[in-house]
Design a protein around this ligand. Structure first.
Ligand SMILES: [Zn+2]
Ligand SMILES: [Zn+2]
Length: 231
C-alpha cells in the first residue's frame, strides 16, 4: 500500500512546509513509510512568552487526511492515567472518540490541528499540574460516563432511554424513517426527529457509535433502566 506522502506529493510538500514555517522545534520524519512529526512543542501565553514545553510525536495515518493524526507524549512527563487522558504507550486522547468530527475532517489542516487541538490539550495538562487538577471538570470522562455526557449534551437530555436509542440507531448501517423516534414520542422518525439523527449520522462514525453502544451494554444498571422502562 502506498502511503499518502507518495500518492499525494503536493499535499506532503505543503504539509512539511507548514510545519517548518510554523514550528521550528518540530521535524517531519519518514520512518518505515510512515510520516511522523517529532520534537518539542513549545507552549506560549498570550504575549508569546514560553510557559512550558513537551516532547511529542504525531503519527500521520496512511490514509491521511481521511483519518485524524495520533499524538504521543514521548518525554515521560505525563502520568499514564485515564484522568490525564494518557495511555500506557504515551498516546493521548485529545477528545471524546465519537466527537472527532469537531476536531478533524478531510479538509483539516495539520497546522490548525496542532495549534487548536494539540496545544490546547497540553496547555490543559500544564494547568492541571499548576492547579493540582482543578481543571479536571473541563475534560471529558471515559467509558459510559463519557458517552452519557457527550450524547446527553448534543440531545439536550439526561434521559438514558433517549440517549441509548439514539446511539443504537447511529450504530445501524442505515436509519429508516418508519422507525419509532428515539425521543419516545411514539411517532415515526420521519414525522419527528429524523433531521436530527440524519445530521449526526453524517458526523459520527458508525464504528464509534458501536463502541459507545457496547459501553452502554456493559453497564448493568443502564441495561436495567432500558429494559424496565422502554416504551
Ligand atoms: Zn481520555
Ligand atoms: Zn422525536
Amino acid at each position: 500500500m502506498n502511503c499518502w506522502h507518495i500518492q499525494n506529493k503536493e499535499l506532503f510538500r505543503t504539509f512539511r512546509q507548514g510545519i517548518n514555517d510554523n514550528y521550528t522545534t518540530l521535524n517531519v520524519i519518514i520512518e518505515n513509510n510512515i510520516v511522523f512529526i517529532r520534537g518539542t512543542l513549545r507552549l506560549k501565553d498570550k504575549n508569546g512568552k514560553e510557559i512550558d514545553s513537551y516532547l511529542i510525536e504525531i503519527e500521520i495515518p496512511h490514509n491521511y487526511p481521511k483519518e485524524a493524526p495520533r499524538v504521543r507524549e514521548t518525554g515521560g512527563r505525563l502520568p499514564r492515567t485515564l484522568e490525564r487522558h494518557t495511555n500506557g504507550d504515551g498516546t493521548v486522547c485529545l477528545y471524546f472518540r465519537d466527537e472527532v468530527y469537531r476536531y478533524w475532517n478531510e479538509g483539516s489542516i495539520i497546522i490548525d490541528f496542532i495549534k487548536n487541538v494539540v496545544e490546547g490539550f497540553f496547555l490543559w495538562q500544564t494547568e492541571y499540574d499548576l492547579t493540582g487538577g482543578k481543571n479536571k471538570n473541563e475534560s471529558w470522562d471515559h467509558g459510559v460516563k463519557g458517552v452519557k455526557e457527550f450524547y446527553g449534551n448534543i440531545l439536550g437530555t439526561k434521559d438514558l432511554k433517549i440517549i441509548y436509542r439514539f446511539v443504537e440507531y447511529l450504530s445501524q448501517k442505515k436509519i429508516k424513517g418508519h422507525w419509532n423516534c428515539f425521543c419516545g414520542s411514539g411517532k415515526k422518525m420521519r414525522e419527528c426527529h429524523f433531521d436530527v439523527i440524519k445530521k449526526y449520522k453524517k458526523k459520527i462514525k458508525r464504528k464509534d457509535a458501536r463502541k459507545s453502544l457496547d459501553d452502554f451494554k456493559k453497564d448493568r444498571k443502564i441495561v436495567q433502566v432500558i429494559k424496565n422502562k422502554v416504551i
